[in-house]
Write a protein that binds this ligand. Structure first.
Ligand code: FES
Length: 147
């Protein structure tokens, strides 16, 4: 995925859109990450200032949620569901096989997810945000090859 380079002025524009919403810190962190692909250190002070909270508050939220990231994501991000329905359909094995298949590919990350809302097509995954069902390590390798 391509994201724009960090820009303080652009970050302030993004931040200004969300700081008045309920739960402003989390919403603003998500907005910054959606725009830039991650939340750089420089954004923490900007968010704290705009949302009128401490840097520690922003840092606490940033480090609590594992989907928030402080570094640019790799080219391909796979979220593989390991919640109950998907586990019952073999997602743990898909996870293990996929990690082996991509072990030498640093442009691919595989992360756990807990229900992607696609339980009827378990095991489910999302590849760069695109929902997939009945996945296997082979189908994920084939999909990544197309990207
Ligand atoms: S349990 Fe995997 S998508 Fe719902």
């Amino acid at each position: 995925m391509q994201f724009p380079a960090w820009s303080e002025s652009q970050a302030l524009e993004v931040i200004s859109r969300t700081c008045d919403e309920p739960g402003p810190v989390l919403v603003t962190l998500q907005a910054v990450q959606t725009y830039f692909g991650y939340v750089p250190d420089a954004a923490v002070a900007l968010i704290a200032n705009a949302c009128n909270v401490s840097r520690a508050d922003v840092h606490g939220v940033l480090t609590f949620y594992h989907d928030l990231r402080t570094e640019l994501p790799p080219e391909v991000s796979i979220h593989l569901c390991v919640a109950e329905a998907c586990q019952s359909m073999g997602s743990r094995q898909v996870m293990e096989d996929s990690r082996k298949a991509f072990v030498t590919n640093s442009s691919v990350e595989i992360r756990d997810a807990y229900c992607l809302g696609n339980c009827a097509l378990a095991p489910a995954a999302s590849v760069n945000g695109n929902l997939r069902g009945r996945v296997s390590a082979q189908s994920l390798v084939a999909e990544v090859a197309k990207l």
